[in-house]
Design a protein around this ligand. Structure first.
Ligand SMILES: Nc1nc2c(ncn2[C@@H]2O[C@H](COP(=O)(O)OP(=O)(O)OP(=O)(O)O)[C@@H](O)[C@H]2O)c(=O)[nH]1
Length: 445
């Protein structure tokens, strides 16, 4: 039977190595949910088996038991543990395979407590038979220790509030903390020691130790580092997906922010465009009558004159209310304003939709339009002048009759000056006034 012979004889004869360690010392050695041995030390020994072509049986159990297995010869080698003078009495150690830092951890409730004072009288959790236990007993003899059979049991005790402080390897505690639902419930508050985890055989098993040492040297540095990285790097301390998760979250927020920003900018731009249109409209419209104002009319007529050529025609009508002063004087400015407004309405209904109609002075109006024949231009001038005379403007139960005098010019010349057209129409309008008012004068230029 494998276990009755000395470890050296057994391993050398059968080419099988029995490796012991803790079943709950994540990430160094533990048994996973499917009952398989896992961890950094397990991987190192699997690599040992591969490069040296030997079979390995893992015996993962409680910490004290794992030490006893090697001491009693039931296992050939302890996969890895810390050196101590008491252990030196019954173990022969190999070289270290990985370094660990051991720290004191406090719960969130204990943060702020004076650590040195706590180590004189406090109460903390520790794994029974672990190096941490003997270290604390030796260095802080007044601390009350609450022993746990392994790290997993200790950490679940810590999570359930049984203890507010414990001592554990930094990597081990982090592994349990960050894979739990309460990763920030405990924090490291004091570094106690750093030490090498070293495989060990039973005291006196020199040949086996040398054989294992040689075998260990066959593992390449690159493979050793790869195994260490696999268990002690980000993957161990933080969940694998943490980086991707945080990155995606940041990316998501940035995209949302940009989209929101673009939405705001485009809605503000639309608002501004609308406001701009309203402003343009206000700037070009006469507030009393709602038709164009002088500024817009002159600008528009100027542009229209520039587009003129021999094939086009432009007709400009200018009219002024007759004897308007008398209306204001007799009925007041409110009535005067009303009549100005009503005349604009009456005339607007008589002219083509493409005509540009404006109030260019107090009681003076102007219209221009393109591409009429002389006959049409003359007829339109007559119609506009007549429609005002025909209208009745009732205000405060008083019926008002007014007339206008109108001057109209018809032009087919290219590059005509807009001011010249206005002056000519104005002149004709004064002729109409001088001929007794309520009439129109038409002229082809
Ligand atoms: N109610 C009102 N009156 C205005 C406005 N703008 C000018 N007027 C008045 O219109 C009158 C124009 O008078 P005049 O230029 O002397 O000419 P008129 O009385 O119309 O006589 P003729 O043009 O010679 O037929 C003045 O009394 C101005 O005060 C306005 O916006 N509203």
């Amino acid at each position: 039977n494998e276990f009755n012979r000395t470890p050296e004889a057994r391993s050398m004869e059968s080419n099988t190595l029995i490796v012991a360690n803790s079943k709950a010392w994540k990430p160094f050695s533990y048994i996973d949910d499917s009952g398989d041995p896992q961890g950094l030390l397990v991987d190192i020994w699997k690599e040992y088996a591969r490069v040296n072509d030997v079979d390995i049986i893992f015996m993962l159990t409680d910490w004290n038991e794992s030490v006893q297995l090697v001491r009693s010869g039931r296992a050939d080698v302890h996969a890895g543990l810390l050196w101590s003078d008491t252990r030196e009495l019954f173990f022969d150690y190999l070289d270290g395979v990985v370094e660990i830092d051991t720290q004191l951890f406090f719960s969130a409730d204990y943060l702020g407590t004076d650590v040195d004072h706590f180590l004189q009288s406090g109460e903390l959790g520790v794994v029974a038979g672990g190096y941490e236990e003997s270290y604390i007993r030796e260095n802080y003899p007044n601390v009350k220790l609450i022993s746990y059979s392994n790290n997993e049991v200790m950490l679940s005790g810590a999570f359930s509030g049984e203890i507010n402080a414990f001592v554990a390897d930094f990597q081990v505690a982090n592994f349990y903390l960050y894979t739990s639902s309460q990763p920030s419930s405990f924090s490291p508050v004091k570094h106690l020691y750093s030490a090498q985890i070293r495989p060990a055989v039973k005291e006196g098993a020199h040949k086996l130790r040398i054989q294992l040492e040689t075998g260990m040297n066959n593992i390449s540095k690159v493979d050793l580092q790869r195994i260490q990285r696999k268990w002690l790097h980000v993957e161990t301390v933080y969940p694998k997906y943490l980086f991707q998760f945080v990155f995606s979250l940041l990316l998501g927020f940035s995209l949302l922010y940009i989209l929101q920003l673009r939405k705001t900018v485009s809605s503000r731009t639309a608002e501004l465009r609308q406001l701009n249109l309203e402003l343009q409209h206000l700037a070009s419209v006469d507030s009393l009558t709602g038709i164009y104002n002088r500024r817009y009319f002159i600008k528009s007529l100027k542009e229209a004159c520039l587009t003129m050529n021999e094939e086009t025609s432009l007709t400009l009508l200018l009219f002024d209310i007759d004897k308007f002063k008398a209306i204001n004087d007799n009925f007041g400015h409110v009535v005067g304003d009303y009549i100005i407004k009503e005349i604009a309405k009456v005339v607007a209904e008589e002219i083509p939709s493409d005509a540009v109609f404006a109030r260019i002075g107090g009681e003076e109006f102007c219209i221009y339009l393109h591409n009429l024949t002389v006959k049409q231009a003359n007829a339109l001038s007559k119609k506009v002048q007549a429609c005002v005379s025909a209208a009745q403007f009732e205000k405060d139960q008083v019926c008002h009759h007014v007339s206008v005098s109108l001057g109209s010019v018809y032009c087919t010349t290219a590059m005509v000056d807009h001011q010249y057209l206005i002056n000519q129409a104005d002149h004709l309008m004064y002729i109409a006034k001088s001929l007794g008012r309520d009439g129109y004068q038409f002229k082809t230029l």
